[in-house]
Structures are given as structure tokens and as C-alpha cells.
Design a protein around this ligand. Structure first.
Ligand SMILES: Cc1ncc(COP(=O)(O)O)c(C=O)c1O
Length: 399
């Protein structure tokens, strides 16, 4: 095909593609065990229950035919908004906006709250998809350190005292991507207090909340303040192919989100919404399904962490996550990005830590790795650990 000579907009020219998606294309080889993507375990999809819900949705009738096949409101199907209310800090179904995956909620929130040049604060490391969502708003992104208890809110307070004035602070408070950390109850209260004192919004992105392997995370930040927008998703508890997420926001912000979404895609596919409402609303099924998910991910996490400990001994530091899908590992002195080609040659993939940092601060994450235990089977995770150790041995023995 002839190359296109149509001039692209400034935005189209400036937006980088996701380093992880580029990497996933590279590792899509049958001989590679990928610990790179954050893809849910395919054997844990509730496929039969989803199929039952889909056929019920198509067969159901309304004045304008099956609602699942008709246009819907931008806010989302009433049944789903009511179910989400029970899964989130929303006080009423009216507080809920259904979005096309939680990624769209992040895009809408960024566009509703951030003007060019304004400060956006993220954890270091942070979720790459948020950096992509906020990039078109041309913010100044500032990273604040984090540890096993999530964002260092004491460091944030110091920066605020020194004059930093963010329009929003973004956190993944439960079993974070990529660090696995969970924001402690004390820091949740501190962050909300800072938001109210300094007048910024907190974006609480909580897709892993239900995937607690060793217990539940503290209550969502959104239950205690109107300064918080809570973003959730059906992707990790049902299936990402549904593309169902949501935002719970106070009225003036929610109305702005609805206006922006209307221009973007009118509404989230009604068929997906009907399926999600049916399954998420089935309390007995969800209780047993979530128990299956937690057991499945616990087995995988334990298989990978034990195999890495056998293969590396003390050389690899791992912060064992209490839930979610990711191990955040550190091999002091090793450049993870430089290791990747050797790892791929050995048939294993991961994401180098620098990808999750911002600007110059990313450099501090160069000896970090994100290893996902979600997709591969326990046997593959054990094999992958051995391959990773071989790759490290190879790189280390280079002159
Ligand atoms: C922290 C976080 N937020 C948002 C998303 C986007 O999820 P989705 O758009 O499938 O709901 C992901 C996906 O991996 C994620 O890890």
C-alpha cells in the first residue's frame, strides 16, 4: 500500500504508543513464556455464566426490542449502575457512570480535570495506562515515592508545603500495578485530608480490589470524601473483553464526564453492560467465582515466588504482594532493560521497571522488573523462573 501523506495533527504525532503493548507484540511467540502482560488467567474466565447471561440479554424484550441490542443512555444501563453501587463507594446509582473499560474512565477524568501545564501527581512507580491517558492534556507529571504501604503521603505533604499545587493525584490503592503495594488505612486518611486541605482531586483506580489473596484491602478512599473519584472495572473479576468499567464521581464532575463521553462513544456497548449487570448482580455466583479467582492467583503467586527464590536465592528481592497480579522484583545493580533481549532469547518475557517511571525519575527503577503471575500456569511460571535465571547468568558472565 502507498504510504499516507495526509498531515497528522500535533497530538497524533506526539502520542507515544505503550511500551508494554509494543513489548507484547514482540513476545507473542509460542516459545516465549510471557510474564509481561497483565492478562487475566484464561482458565479462570467464567465463560459458561457469561454465555448464559449473553443469551438471556439478547432474548429479553423491551418497548424498543432487547435493550442489550438497542442504543442506550451515556450514563449506562440502570441495572448495571445499581449493581455497581453495591460494589463501589457510590451512595446511589446516579453517582455511577458506566465506561468502556476503566481505561476510558481515566481518559475522561484526565480531560475533565487537567489543563495544559497543570501538575498531576503519580506514585513512583505508576500505571503506564494512566500516563498515556493524561498525556494529551499536556500536564507536568510529578512522581512521589512509594513503598509497601503505597504512596508516601508524608513526601506528598512536604511537596505541597513547598508550593506544589496539583490538580489531581492518581493512586492505585489496592495491590497496585506494577508494585503490588496496598495503600495503608492511615495513608488513605492522610491523602484524603491533604486533598481537602489543598483542594485537589484524588483519582482512586481500584481494579484489583477484589483480588485480595491474603485478605481484603482497607475501605476505598471514595467512601470518605467528595474530593475522590473512584474508578473500577469488570475486567479483572469477569473478563477484559467485555470492556466494562465505571467512575463514581460527585455530580458536577460526573456531568462533565458524561458530556465528554457522549462525544467519544455515545455509550458503552449495551450488550456488555447487560451481561456484566446479570453476572455481577448474581451474589451467590460472584461469591464462589471470587473465591476461585483468589485461590487461582494465590497458587500462581506462590509458585512464581518460590521458584524465583530457588533460582536466585537472595540476589533477587521481591515484595510479595497480598493480592492482584504482579510481583515487583529488584536485582540490585542489574539493568533490567538490558537483560530483556537475553531473556527473550531464553524464552521468557517481563516488563523492565523504567517503563513505570516518569521523566528523569524513571532512571531509579532500572534494576526493577514487573513479573505477572496472572496468565501463565504454575508449571510455566516455574519454567520461566529458571529461564530468567539463565538469562541473568548469561548477561553477568559477559566481559
Ligand atoms: C491500574 C489499572 N487501571 C486500569 C486498567 C485498565 O483496565 P480496563 O480498561 O480493562 O478496565 C488496568 C489494566 O491493566 C490497570 O492495571
Amino acid at each position: 500500500m502507498a504510504t499516507c501523506s495526509v498531515p497528522l495533527s500535533r497530538l497524533a504525532r506526539s502520542l507515544p504508543s505503550s511500551a508494554i503493548r509494543d513489548l507484547l507484540r514482540l513476545v507473542d511467540r509460542p516459545d516465549v513464556i510471557s510474564l509481561a502482560g497483565g492478562l487475566p488467567a484464561p482458565d479462570l474466565f467464567p465463560a459458561e455464566r457469561l454465555a448464559e447471561a449473553a443469551s438471556r440479554a439478547v432474548a429479553s424484550s423491551g418497548r424498543l426490542g432487547p435493550p442489550a441490542l438497542q442504543y442506550g443512555t451515556t450514563e449506562g444501563l440502570a441495572e448495571l449502575r445499581e449493581v455497581v453501587r453495591t460494589w463501589s463507594p457510590a451512595r446511589s446509582a446516579d453517582d455511577v457512570l458506566v465506561t468502556t473499560g476503566s481505561q476510558q474512565a481515566l481518559d475522561l477524568v484526565a480531560h475533565a480535570l487537567v489543563d495544559p501545564g497543570e501538575v498531576v501527581v503519580v506514585e513512583r512507580p505508576t500505571y503506564l495506562g494512566f500516563l498515556q491517558a493524561v498525556a494529551p492534556c499536556e500536564p507536568r507529571v510529578v512522581g512521589v515515592g512509594s513503598d509497601r504501604d503505597g504512596m508516601r503521603t508524608d513526601e506528598l505533604e512536604e511537596r505541597l508545603r513547598s508550593g506544589l499545587r496539583p490538580s489531581l493525584v492518581y493512586v492505585v490503592p489496592s495491590f497496585a500495578n506494577p508494585s503490588g503495594a496496598t495503600l495503608s488505612d492511615e495513608r488513605r486518611r492522610h491523602l484524603v485530608d491533604l486533598a481537602e486541605r489543598y483542594g485537589f482531586a484524588v483519582v482512586e483506580d481500584d481494579p484489583y480490589r477484589e483480588l485480595g489473596i491474603d485478605g481484603h484491602p482497607p475501605a476505598p478512599l471514595g467512601t470518605s470524601s467528595d474530593a475522590v473519584v473512584t474508578v473500577g472495572s469488570a475486567s479483572k473479576v469477569l473478563a477484559p473483553g467485555l470492556r466494562v468499567g465505571w467512575a463514581v464521581a460527585p455530580k458536577p464532575l460526573r456531568e462533565a464526564l458524561v458530556r465528554i463521553k457522549q462525544a467519544r462513544d455515545l455509550h458503552t456497548p449495551t450488550i456488555s453492560q447487560a451481561v456484566a449487570a446479570d453476572v455481577l448482580g448474581d451474589g451467590d455466583f460472584m461469591a464462589s467465582h471470587l473465591a476461585t479467582l483468589r485461590d487461582g492467583y494465590r497458587t500462581r503467586r506462590n509458585a512464581l515466588s518460590a521458584a524465583l527464590a530457588r533460582a536466585f536465592g537472595d540476589a533477587l528481592h521481591i515484595d510479595l504482594p497480598a493480592g492482584g497480579m504482579f510481583l515487583w522484583a529488584c536485582h540490585p545493580g542489574l539493568d533490567a532493560a538490558a537483560l530483556l533481549p537475553a531473556a527473550l532469547a531464553q524464552g521468557v518475557a517481563f516488563v523492565p521497571g523504567v517503563v513505570f517511571g516518569t521523566g528523569d525519575e524513571a532512571h531509579g527503577l532500572r534494576d526493577r522488573f514487573r513479573l505477572s503471575y496472572a496468565t501463565a500456569t504454575p508449571a510455566e511460571l516455574i519454567e520461566a523462573s529458571g529461564r530468567l535465571a539463565s538469562a541473568v547468568g548469561e548477561v553477568r558472565s559477559l566481559p
